[in-house]
Design a protein around this ligand. Structure first.
Ligand SMILES: [Zn+2]
Length: 88
């Protein structure tokens, strides 16, 4: 798979950390952000300017809020070294 290129440096991004988790949020009826999905992805870094991007998402979310083990999965995710929170 072709990796993205840094627009500033022209360098190809490199994997910094594989298999990170991304937690997406949605607004509930009260307008509060609540956890919606957990995705697996990779963290890439430009070797020159060290700009980071999240890339290589799976075909579908690893966990959805309506799944029985979502809260338990979320607890495990929070303890990981690399978690990106993506708010609506
Ligand atoms: Zn760069």
């Amino acid at each position: 798979m072709k990796l993205p290129i840094c627009a500033k440096c022209g360098a190809t991004y490199r994997a910094r950390k594989n298999d990170i988790r991304v937690v997406t949020y949605r607004k509930n009826e009260e307008g509060e952000q609540t956890e919606n999905e957990i995705w697996c992805a990779d963290l890439l870094e430009c070797p020159i300017c060290h700009h980071e991007i999240v890339w290589g998402f799976g075909y579908k979310a690893w966990k959805n809020y309506y799944e029985e083990d979502f809260i338990e999965s979320l607890k495990g995710v929070i303890e990981r070294e690399y978690v990106v929170h993506c708010f609506e």
